[in-house]
Design a protein around this ligand. Structure first.
Ligand SMILES: Cc1cc2nc3c(=O)[nH]c(=O)nc-3n(C[C@H](O)[C@H](O)[C@H](O)COP(=O)(O)O)c2cc1C
Length: 182
């Protein structure tokens, strides 16, 4: 497992009305992504869909997300980052019914993952990683995706107890010998 070299954190995170946390300005996964980038010195890139998910209604958001999942959609995303220039890529997303949001797949399918080390992380409200790391491994063809070693943090903890979340992030990174900001 290669954990040295150039590092990148890529994430998707939903703001607005969200499960169990009310209206949030910064998404739960975004908070964890910043912690990982801060601790490892990684570059960071946010996956932003061209058409944003509804922010004012959780129910409207899940209706759209459900439709995308059923259709195995690939919603267009804004901008890009050259994953090919990196060695280790952390991929973060919220847990949406055992899958990452479909826009994460849109991003993944634009790139060549051959021989990259991919490390998944997820925020959730009870389902944990829920097999999404295996989905990421299958999608990032040719990569060494670390299944069973990703980080799963409850969204509410990321949002409301950042000291506790940071402790979990740091401990997890130390397990890879990757924490720099001691
Ligand atoms: C469309 C949708 C589906 C979700 N499905 C699940 C789920 O199946 N299991 C779970 O534990 N949490 C689920 N959640 C909760 C999110 O995973 C959780 O709130 C997460 O921390 C949100 O992160 P974000 O703010 O970065 O988007 C769902 C949330 C949404 C909006």
């Amino acid at each position: 497992m290669k954990t040295d070299g150039k590092k990148l954190v890529v994430f998707f995170s939903h703001t607005g009305e969200n499960y169990n946390v009310g209206y949030i300005e910064k998404g739960n996964t975004h908070i964890i992504a910043d912690m990982i980038a801060g601790a490892t010195g990684a570059d960071i890139f946010e996956i932003v869909p061209e058409k944003d998910y509804p922010k004012d209604s959780y129910n409207e958001c899940i209706e759209i997300a459900k439709k995308e999942l059923q259709q195995n959609a690939r919603p267009a995303v804004k901008g890009d980052v050259k994953v090919e220039d990196y060695d280790v890529i952390f991929i973060g997303y919220p847990q949406w019914w055992g899958e990452p949001p479909m826009c994460v797949y849109t991003f993944i399918e634009k790139h060549d993952w051959n021989e990259k080390t991919v490390i998944p992380f997820v925020t959730h409200e009870g389902s944990g990683m829920g097999g999404t790391d295996r989905k990421i491994a299958a999608e990032c063809k040719g990569s060494n995706t670390l299944t069973g070693k990703g980080l799963a943090i409850q969204g509410k903890i990321a949002q409301e107890n950042q000291a506790s979340a940071k402790k979990s992030v740091d401990k997890w990174l130390e397990g890879f010998g990757m924490k720099k900001d001691k």
